[in-house]
Ligand binder design. Sequence first.
Ligand SMILES: CCCCCCCC/C=C\C=C\CC(=O)SCCNC(=O)CCNC(=O)[C@H](O)C(C)(C)COP(=O)(O)OP(=O)(O)OC[C@H]1O[C@@H](n2cnc3c(N)ncnc32)[C@H](O)[C@@H]1OP(=O)(O)O
Length: 278
Amino acid sequence: MMHLNLLRLGACRVPSRLMSTKSTSVEINDKTGVAILSMCRPPVNSQNVQFLRDLKSSIYEIENNKSRGLILTSANSNVFSAGLDILEMYNADKEQLGTLWTELQNVWIALYGSGLPTAAAINGHAPAGGCLLATACEYRAMLPNCVIGLNETQLGIIAPKWLMSGYQNILPQRLAERALTQGRLFTTEEALKAGLIDEIVNSKEEALEKCLNFIGTFAKVNPLARSLTKLQFRAANIKEFEKIRQKDVEDFVSLASRPEVQKVMGDYLENLKKKSKK
Ligand SMILES: CCCCCCCC/C=C\C=C\CC(=O)SCCNC(=O)CCNC(=O)[C@H](O)C(C)(C)COP(=O)(O)OP(=O)(O)OC[C@H]1O[C@@H](n2cnc3c(N)ncnc32)[C@H](O)[C@@H]1OP(=O)(O)O
């Protein structure tokens, strides 16, 4: 209840500090000390190099400002994030592909490896890279009638191991393996049943409130002890990722630049465009 009141106050009277980049905005409530990081790259927060760089710098800024927690959400009305910007992968040269993948890795490690309590207010669809961001957080509240999941195999591509880490943290192995091999996109209701999200909420405000309450559960826990404990759970995945990081970029570039993969991307984009014109 106390957190709810603080959140309400935050909307009007409590002073808050604002920081922003081209495609993100951050509001840190001075009373709660919690930062709300909003992704704002219309129409669907697709992840291009600039967006990923903005996201990374906002995450580190929040971490360095000693905020009490980070809530990730979207400024768009029905999409949390549509994942990697396919326009930026289609007809791109190897250097551009390598840069895009490196920036995706950078954002993932910044969020997954953050010592702060992190929560995702998923106020829209979260396929692929959108799911990656949500599952890098520790808690998820999501609006109904949306989808979330790692759909890579449906696109004929393979999610590398680090990209699966969020799933592996959250879902039982058998379920994670099945969902990843199927490239399954879960509806909000299915995601709750599977344990991929923690709560279904009726509005973005309620999602933010639930996230704030989650972060509030650590109010009496020593922050350093909390952070080190969290990172002990994530250390094996992080270590594994650091070992293969460069090779992973090379593998991505080699896969994404293949003519048959480029053709899949072109067809996929065309279908997306046809669908959006209907
Ligand atoms: C596709 C092959 C990739 C091959 C890569 C090789 C190896 C990579 C290995 C792993 C990488 C995986 C990470 C990824 O993130 S790949 C991206 C996968 N993303 C998706 O499959 C989501 C696609 N989008 C949607 O399903 C919908 O847009 C949705 C998010 C559900 C929102 O639906 P809706 O609100 O109805 O909006 P529209 O579909 O009408 O879209 C509005 C405009 O936005 C454009 N759009 C949508 N998604 C993307 C995207 N990911 N990249 C670029 N542009 C996107 C869409 O075309 C519409 O544009 P316009 O208005 O100009 O027609």
